[in-house]
Design a protein around this ligand. Structure first.
Ligand code: C5P
Length: 405
């Protein structure tokens, strides 16, 4: 997907060892469809050469406000006017302190000061030693820069180049990319709390075996990412899947349907939206054996009794918050035929305002899908697209249906 197609960035590098990550970030932005103009401070040039950044961005790098390549000799004006955002990565503690005071004694800080603020957002990716990061001066500066309209991206935690361990590392390039893509998404769900179930459940037969299904969790994880991008506070209750948690999302890992219900019900008490994408096992073995069930030599398989699992979606949709219109519930239906008729019937049976139908076997594990949205007014077909694109569209449709405050 080219989530940054048509976007142009000024990528500013200030002095810090994380300059080496800026090279990878530049490539990541370009791979996602953006164009990048690199601007480096003198200190940044101590860590990585302009030659590297020129080769990666396919444009000459700027480093001086006296650069005569610009006909009017005003690179700070010309370059910032073309940009959709100025991204300073790494942003050193010193560079933040400069920005805070509106200093403009070299090209990058001059450009940040001279940018047209409403049109050209300023994104800062801090990078520094843990003591510098936790210093009250840095924390104070960040608060003031936020108040002045800058967006401060997070920092990572871990082993630092100086040999110490703690907060203040620059985020990894792909983490930054995810945050930058999110920054440009419309904030349909700002201030809302969204709860999502995803993946299969695992129902134990004995300590080493169980029954499960082929759900990959990809659709639920994509919805979690899209809801976070849209400004929501997102909790994702995930069955056993091997997917990366989307950035900024709180994840609760569970195994069985009963674990999933136990994690979901209290979270639903605080949520505004509940999206049930999990492929919950309909039945579980009635008794889980304490020890591994062994072959007894008779050639006969052991008889297994099954009991029905709780229906998480129906339980939550019948709760007081949903009934009072404070929790908007969305169900999924994976059908193998008669999608619309089955989805309509399921919507009524589960008692939810919106049900999303898809053809089950075709979508399990895939990166794309096609959906049909069914509500009281009728059906809406959403053509095949990546699960993330579909998730963004679904989030917008959910937002339209939420009660207006
Ligand atoms: O009844 P069926 O499994 O087809 O319904 C699918 C919808 O119900 C999905 O949204 C799924 O997450 C939810 N569901 C649930 N708990 C169950 C079974 C299904 O939340 N035990």
């Amino acid at each position: 997907m080219n989530d940054l197609a048509g976007k142009h960035f000024v990528l500013g590098l200030s002095g810090g060892i994380a300059c080496y990550k800026a090279a990878e970030l530049c490539r990541a932005l370009i791979k996602e469809g953006a164009t990048v103009q690199v601007v480096m401070t003198e200190a940044a040039e101590q860590f990585i050469t302009p030659v590297t950044m020129q080769a990666l961005s396919n444009r000459p790098v700027y480093g001086s406000q006296w650069d005569s390549r610009e006909p009017n000799n005003m690179p700070h004006i010309n370059l910032s006017r073309e940009a959709d955002a100025i991204l300073v990565a790494p942003c050193s503690a010193d560079f933040m302190a400069k920005l805070l005071h509106g200093r403009a004694d070299e090209l990058l800080s001059l450009m940040c000061l001279a940018r047209p603020r409403p049109e050209v957002p300023l994104l800062l990716s801090p990078s520094m030693n843990r003591e510098m990061w936790s210093h009250p001066a840095t924390q104070r500066n960040m608060q003031q820069l936020t108040d002045d309209g800058a967006t401060i991206l997070g920092v990572g935690s871990g082993f630092q180049a100086c040999g110490e361990y703690g907060d203040g590392r620059m985020l990894e390039p792909l983490e930054l990319l995810e945050d930058i893509v999110a920054f440009f998404q419309p904030k349909h769900l700002q201030g809302k709390r969204v709860l999502i179930t995803a993946g299969p459940t695992f129902e134990a037969i004995d300590p080493v075996r169980g029954i499960t299904n082929l759900s990959s969790g990809k659709m639920g994880f994509a919805i979690a990412r899209a809801a976070h991008e849209a400004g929501a506070d997102v909790t994702l209750v995930a069955g056993p899947v091997s997917l990366k948690t989307p950035r900024g999302v709180t994840r609760i890992d569970v195994k069985s349907a009963r674990d999933m219900l136990a994690a979901t019900q209290p979270a639903a008490e605080r949520a505004d939206v509940f999206v049930a994408t999990a492929a919950v096992a309909d039945w579980r073995p009635a008794n889980c054996a304490d020890q591994k069930i062994k072959k007894d030599g008779s050639g006969k398989a052991p008889a297994l009794d099954f009991t029905e699992n709780p229906d998480i979606l129906a339980t939550v949709a019948q709760g007081a918050r949903a009934k009072a219109g404070q929790l908007f519930c969305v169900g999924f239906a994976a059908e193998s035929q008669d999608l619309v008729a089955n989805a309509q019937a399921k919507r009524e049976r589960k008692g939810v305002p919106l049900l999303v139908g898809n053809i089950g076997p075709a979508t399990f594990g895939a990166d794309d899908n096609a959906l049909v949205l069914v509500d009281a007014k009728g059906t809406m077909e959403v053509p095949r697209a990546s699960k993330l694109e579909l998730a963004r569209g679904l989030v917008a449709e959910i937002a339209k249906r939420l009660p207006k405050k």
